[in-house]
Design a protein around this ligand. Structure first.
Ligand code: GLC
Length: 435
């Protein structure tokens, strides 16, 4: 479908170009439109490049298709970036440090906007928001705030992520769905091998951002924190130690694949949709993917539950993505049109239906089609769970903080240091970078 759109857009550009020439108009068909330039825009086809990580679902394709139908003068080219959010981050930083205009629109992980705003990589969106009368009160205020820095809105919230437990309804009876991490270990042992599975539990334990997300869930479920409300570093606590010990126990157990420390989201979701495990910790998109007939062997066999609890209850890490405009884009107006569509009610509805993504516009949780595609969005506790999700430290130099956590948790998993040593190191090192 996308290809067809592209070809027809290219043809349209060509035709317009030819018409323009035959009329003696020297304007090129794909003239680079500056911000002030509004004349003739409706006649020209402008190509914008939208960069984002790999989308395993059909949502992005659908969004672009719908957007192009509505905006025949804007051709959106998708640039697929690394799916590992850290690698994706570094690729953007390299491009934007060089003031490159090769991408126009990009998705930002919720942990980046402060950094990107401070570095001047992205455009403040306030004047567009005002011009188009976007009612920001219709958005989840927490998600919106993640894109706000220094009083300006640098990115629009596209979807919220929170860690969840997915299980095979054909293998695990409802009353055996684990409520605590110890129950998870026991259930993963019990059901490993049943129904053609090879493993008991899948998670993300590679040294990358997803490891931080998994670690935050263990730490918080035992009542620990990395930083407190005032960004004081409080990770060296008995609660955080207990949580991380449980994480290490699970990662080293025989219920996870022996190479779990190479698993990011794609490795884990692929194993799950191939039918290799009864349980997985993943983000909401897992549900849509597991029910995608073209890719999944477990369609209609997936249930969703909160993550298992530690001493302090169940905790999910707050994730999600926002969309921003490259400050050096040569097509800022067109870029905004796309951002507005994708992060507005129409785009988010497509994301929810085709991608299983949780909207940042709360009203969409009551939309019939959205609920049909994601019945658990309507379950008591899901929206509250999203609102209660635990954020990672909100600081402009978050990548440094993340790296410290990744390295120390990985070392504890590998047995190179104890969990007590890991939290002592993290305390010292995070304090140093937040100073
Ligand atoms: C998901 C989350 C994002 C997180 C990433 C880690 O994409 O939305 O916030 O950083 O996973 O892998």
């Amino acid at each position: 479908m996308k290809k067809v759109t592209k070809v027809s857009s290219a043809l349209l550009a060509l035709t317009l170009g030819l018409t323009a020439c035959s009329q003696g108009d020297a304007e090129p068909a794909k003239k680079e439109t500056g911000e002030k330039d509004t004349a003739k825009k409706s006649e020209e086809v402008v190509k914008i490049v939208y960069a984002r990580g790999q989308d395993a679902t059909k949502a992005t394709e659908k969004i672009i298709e719908e957007f192009e139908k509505k905006h025949p003068n804007i051709d959106v080219e998708l640039r697929e970036m690394p799916s590992d959010t850290g690698a994706q981050h570094d690729a953007y930083v390299t491009m934007l440090n060089a003031q490159s205009s090769e991408i126009d629109v990009m998705d930002l992980d919720v942990v980046w906007p402060a950094e990107f705003a401070q570095a001047g990589y992205v455009l403040p969106l306030d004047r567009f928001i005002e011009k188009d009368g976007i009612d920001l009160s219709t958005y989840n205020q927490g998600a919106l705030a993640a894109g706000n820095f220094g009083g300006k809105q640098w990115a629009m919230p596209k979807f919220i992520d929170a860690g969840l437990l997915f299980y095979r309804t054909d293998i695990v009876p409802k009353d055996k769905v684990p409520k605590t991490w110890d129950e998870l270990l026991a259930a993963a042992r019990e059901f490993k091998g049943k129904g053609g599975t090879k493993f008991g539990y899948l998670m993300q334990a590679k040294q990358y951002e997803g490891l931080v997300c998994n670690a935050v869930e263990f730490i918080a479920s035992y009542g620990g924190k990395i930083v407190d409300e005032n960004n004081n570093v409080v990770i060296n606590s008995p609660e955080a130690i207990k949580g991380l010990k449980k994480m290490v126990e699970i990662v080293k157990s025989d219920v996870v694949p022996s190479n779990i420390t190479t698993f990011t989201e794609p490795e884990s979701h692929t194993a799950f949709i191939e039918g290799q495990a009864p349980f997985i910790r993943n983000w909401p998109y897992q549900y849509a993917l597991a029910n995608d007939k073209e890719q999944s062997k477990i369609v209609g066999k997936v249930g969703v539950a909160p993550l298992p609890a530690g001493d302090a209850g169940s905790a999910a890490t707050l994730g999600g993505w926002m969309t921003a405009i490259n400050k050096y884009s040569k097509h800022k107006e067109e870029a905004w049109e796309f951002v507005k569509f994708m992060t507005g009610p129409e785009g988010q509805k497509i994301s929810a239906i085709y991608g299983g993504l949780a909207p940042t516009i709360p009203a969409l949780f009551e939309d019939k089609e959205v609920l049909e595609a994601n019945p658990f969005f309507g379950e008591k506790g899901f929206v509250e769970g999203l609102n209660a999700a635990v954020p990672r430290p909100v600081v402009p130099n978050y990548p440094e903080v993340s790296e410290i956590i990744q390295i120390n948790v990985s070392k504890a998993i590998a047995g190179e240091i104890t969990v007590e040593e890991a939290v002592a190191n993290m305390e010292k090192e995070i304090k140093a970078v937040l100073k």
